[in-house]
Design a protein around this ligand. Structure first.
Ligand code: GAL
Length: 411
């Protein structure tokens, strides 16, 4: 009997080993300075599955602007990676789920008990009535304003709580040869616009914009562009050449006072630049958005036709696990959406974000795929370009509405 059990155990082991072989190609935009958190997860996966050859396929470019284009070519060309990074929300649902290119992960969620540990509003973002389509690995906050406390003190200003207050500070900072607010390449400006829109419209108004209750041409929505224009006049002139990391560097280096960026900036400042939250850098909700948490989540799924589905399922199991999430997120600047996440592993910034996540009104990000389908969000930089060349709020608002109508934003 003992021998038989040993044989069964051995066969089980062999079967397990046979399962965990071959390749796992993970596709994302977490390259360079963004890589450490993903690398920690991959290291954990390799410990658990030493005989799997993990291919870490990255396409550089903040917020996935370049990666999404490469992914599209691969998916449409019948060459999907085993698993790819995609924002929870419309970026997933309005594209690859709508095109019936993803496998349903409902049974994985049930098997792992995830229906009880992930908040319902997040599960809703990655679901349709036909299934659950990805595994969220984090919660990032988009509406954060970053600064260096000692520098603000030196310049005699305090973090503005409204954009009006910021506009009052702007000439003071400029007179000291400091860039009041640093911005980078196009998507970072969409990100800034989004936070100004939330401040101007309020959380409810922002939601109404995406459900069609408010049109982009509504006077309140047009006003967003007026404020955006005034704020942009207080930014650096070399924005288009700057990555989000380089923009962050300007704040850290004392050339700029503020930057509005998602809290991957906290990950960069702590993990890469080794700064201490609170002293090395400070943070506040972006002006006018205190009490609102503009969220986004990175997630990974299993595309249909992925070459190594079993290895991908193991990868997704790790991503959603407590250990996986509490390994990844403290390095990334994000928090774990799991209700049982161990906050003692997180720094002071992340602890404060976790508290706000619990208490604030939650809204979804435009720049990072939560609220609008890609057909809309990928064209929004053109609206920004129209505003930049015309400096006309009405023209930008009309262009945004025209795209919304053309792509069927509200369906
Ligand atoms: C976001 C993504 C973050 C971070 C950031 C900068 O879209 O969700 O995880 O990578 O882009 O690239």
């Amino acid at each position: 009997m003992k021998r038989l059990l040993a044989l069964v155990a051995m066969l089980g082991l062999l079967a397990g080993m046979a399962q965990a072989q071959g390749k796992l190609e993970i596709f994302s935009w977490w390259a360079g300075d963004e890589a450490p958190a993903l690398q920690a997860l991959i290291d954990l996966y390799k410990q658990q599955h030493p005989s799997v050859d993990v291919v870490n396929a990255t396409v550089t470019g903040g917020s996935g602007v370049n990666a999404r284009a490469v992914l599209k070519t691969r998916m449409l060309g019948g060459d999907p990676p085993d698993s790819f990074q995609v924002h929870a929300g419309q970026e997933l649902i309005g594209t690859w789920v709508a095109a019936n290119r993803m496998e349903d992960l409902t049974s994985l969620f049930q098997q792992q008990g995830w229906m009880d540990v992930f908040p319902q509003n997040l599960v809703d973002l990655i679901s349709t009535s036909n299934g659950i389509w990805s595994v969220p690995v984090n919660i990032h906050r988009a509406n954060v304003m970053w600064y260096v406390p000692a520098n603000l003190e030196k310049w005699g200003v305090t973090p503005p709580t409204t954009w009006e207050e910021f506009l009052v500070q702007c000439p003071t900072l400029q007179s000291k040869s400091v860039t009041p607010l640093v911005v980078g390449e196009s998507w970072t400006q969409v990100h800034l616009w989004e936070t100004i829109a939330i401040a101007t419209l309020g959380a409810q108004g922002w939601n109404d914009l995406w459900s069609g209750k408010i049109q982009f041409t509504d006077p309140q929505a047009v006003k967003v562009w007026d404020t955006f224009g005034k704020v942009m006049a207080c930014t650096n002139s070399d924005a288009s050449g700057l990555s989000w990391q380089q923009a962050t560097d300007r704040v850290v280096g004392g050339q700029a006072a503020y930057n509005v960026m998602g809290d991957w900036a906290a990950g960069y400042m702590t993990t890469t630049l080794k700064l201490e939250p609170g002293t090395g850098f400070g943070w506040e909700a972006s002006p006018g958005t205190k009490g609102t948490f503009d969220m986004l989540a990175d997630s990974f799924g299993l595309p249909m036709g992925a070459p190594d589905p079993q290895n991908t399922m193991d990868w997704l199991t790790l991503l959603g696990s407590k250990q996986g999430q509490d390994t990844f997120n403290p390095l990334k600047g994000s928090i774990s959406p799991r209700l049982d996440s161990d906050l003692s592993l997180y720094n002071a910034y992340s602890k404060s974000a976790a508290q706000d996540w619990q208490n604030d009104t939650i809204v979804g990000s435009l720049a990072h795929g939560a609220v609008a389908k890609e057909a809309f969000s990928s064209q929004f930089p053109e609206v920004m370009a129209i505003y930049e060349s015309s400096q006309s709020s009405e023209q930008a608002a009309n262009a945004a509405q025209a795209i919304a109508n053309q792509v069927g934003l509200y369906q």
